[in-house]
Write a protein that binds this ligand. Sequence first.
Ligand code: KG4
Ligand code: ZN
Length: 337
Amino acid sequence: MIVLGIDTSCDETAAAVLSDGRSILSNIVASQLIHAEFGGVVPEYASRAHIRTIQPVVEKALAGAGIGYDGLEGIAVTSRPGLVGCLLVGVSFAKALAYSLDIPVVGVDHIEGHVFAVRLAEPDIPLPTICLVVSGGHTELILVEDWGRYRTLGRTRDDASGEAFDKVGKLLGLSYPGGPIIEKLAADGNPAAIDFPRAMMKRGNLDFSFSGVKTAVRYRVDDLETKLKGDELADFLASFQEAVIDALVTKTMWAADAHDVPSVCLGGGVAANGPLRARFEEEAARLGLVAVVPPKDLCTDNGAVIAAVGDSLFSRGVRDDASLTVSASREAARARR
Ligand code: KG4
Ligand code: ZN
């Protein structure tokens, strides 16, 4: 089946064409640069940018796949969770296109999309698996019993891990999003230079909290007489990054142990972070677990993973109709479905 996947849940307009649930024929992502000057995503600007870019991005994805609109057999679109105005652009576009082409449309959970990056990268990963989903809006440990069958074992009590990167970036006067910039500036730093707090590190507790490390950063920044730069900035950021990675990896391995799974895996934008990927693979190898760390372009927001979830839903006979709507949260959407 040839499926078009669309994601407009936040500040990326993404579209991809996927064949047979596995082969990515094209994967186009247009990032909105407008938010950098505000230090975070401005929802109204994001929706307007999606309206301008959705059609060109979809047409680029079709051209990349070497097909026209008439080559599509189904459309999958992120309908939750996300910024409501942004989601509405993708869902309205997908519904109208599906109606005009007379093909099925299905609404997809964005977090399940991040989990499906793993399936695209390694369809034969031994299940059940523990998936750590780390993005700008979510940080969750999910027990994947099977594709489509999940149990959330832990989640953040406050900030998401990506949000912590972005807020710390803002506190230090860096551009948005902070994650990739912090990784770059921290590259030559000493991760043991500052002992930033790791919260809720009692074995068995699989929830996360990143507000403490963010506050610790704020106090230190407030106490500075001059702006951090050079080696000092690198050490500071490497230590912050290490505190976040430490909590994420330690708890993933606890979950793997508690549920006796053969494998662990990663998804979400923060999973593009090199030191996190390396530490995740190291710890998994030490415990004799298979680790699947998808390519970076499948970890950050993209349409291919949404198409992959859609393909799986279509194959089970799931589809939506013109009543498909959007939801800011996962819970509200689940209750309605
Ligand atoms: O999954 P994603 O693309 O969008 C959401 O669903 O939120 O994740 C975006 C988040 C941002 O917070 C960004 O700072 C973070 O992922 N991120 C990173 C890196 N690349 C993206 N964080 C740390 N290191 C990176 N290399
Ligand atoms: Zn995401």
